[in-house]
Ligand binder design. Structure first.
Ligand SMILES: O=c1ccn([C@@H]2O[C@H](COP(=O)(O)O)[C@@H](O)[C@H]2O)c(=O)[nH]1
Length: 296
């Protein structure tokens, strides 16, 4: 199998947009058309399955937010696995947002559970938290190397409090920059023939200046950029850390969850075909807006 980075960048080029659809199930926002998600996880499964059917037309990548499935207990976990299988079966790349991070021996379990084959999730990539140190990433990197998968590392996150720790100065540079520097060996290990690495850096769209600076530190890492849409960042901000290549700007994927899952028109839909149309419109608009931002 080709390297994760090559598969990802090829899929993004084919779709001609860096849009990554986030799958974040919120019980109070899943329309009643699917059943009552507060009482029945089959409503979450039906909602997720319909989202994937539409998303596969507009985006190369799906990012299930595992925490929001885990809130439903074992059935939620099983639902996330079924949806991961559906998305991969439909040719989408699945980037599991699980934000794992623990001592090496425990991390081995997490790596098998997320990237490993059944009974693991068999996701293409998983998000990890590096703030316990490089050794905690090793099990994920080993599985990723062996199975042509990716590892997306939190470097400069999108949340308002991101700077509380990540902006602290260490030897004249912020922590997030030091983390980016620390990841250079891992980046080389997951490099594909395209020159891009499957060691992805999570760089929030809400901090475009930091994303630009991070690109200098991590020239080969594909970025996973959350924060576009519901968190207020524009398409231009979202691609700030991308790079100019002969075919225009590229360099990663931009995720959007709430803005494409729960647009107003979909919340007001009276039937399934209205809902499908509203979701399709929201995803098409996001895909086009990001495509245009990449072309500038
Ligand atoms: O820095 C980060 C890292 C991860 N996330 C996750 O991305 C989505 C964002 O959802 P939106 O509805 O598009 O705001 C969500 O799953 C977060 O857990 C992030 O926002 N920032």
């Amino acid at each position: 199998m080709s390297a994760y980075a090559d598969r990802l960048i090829e899929a993004v080029r084919r779709k001609d947009t860096p849009l990554c659809v986030g799958l974040d199930p919120f019980t109070d926002r899943i329309p009643a058309l699917f059943g009552d998600a507060r009482e029945d996880t089959s409503a979450v499964l039906k909602f997720g399955a319909s989202i994937i059917e539409i998303a596969q037309q507009h985006a190369a990548v799906l990012k299930p937010q595992l925490g929001l499935f885990e809130q439903f207990g074992e059935m939620g976990y099983a639902t996330a696995r079924l949806l991961t299988e559906q998305a991969r079966g439909a040719g989408m790349i699945v980037l599991l947002d699980a934000k794992r991070g623990d001592i090496g021996t425990t991390a081995e379990g997490y790596a098998r559970a997320t990237l490993g084959p059944k009974p693991g999730f068999d996701a293409d990539c998983v998000t990890v938290n590096p703030y316990m140190g490089l050794d905690t990433l090793e099990p994920f990197l080993s599985v990723a190397e062996r199975a042509s998968k990716g590892v997306a590392v939190l470097v400069r996150t999108s949340n308002p409090g991101a700077g509380d720790v990540q902006d602290l100065q260490v030897g004249g540079a912020p922590v997030w920059r030091r983390v980016g520097e620390m990841l250079s060996g891992a980046t080389q290990r997951l490099k594909g023939v395209s020159g891009w690495s499957g060691l992805m850096a999570v760089a929030g769209a809400t901090y475009p200046e930091e994303a630009r600076a991070l690109r200098e530190v991590m020239p080969d890492a594909l970025f996973l950029v959350p924060g576009y849409g519901a968190q207020g960042a524009s398409a231009a901000d979202a691609v700030a850390g991308f790079v100019t290549k002969p075919k225009g700007l590229e360099g990663g994927v931009v995720s959007s969850s709430r803005a494409v899952l729960y647009p107003q028109a979909a919340q007001a839909a009276k039937n399934m075909s209205e809902w499908r149309a509203a979701i399709g419109d929201a995803m098409a608009a996001a895909a086009a807006e990001l495509r245009a931002a990449c072309a500038r």
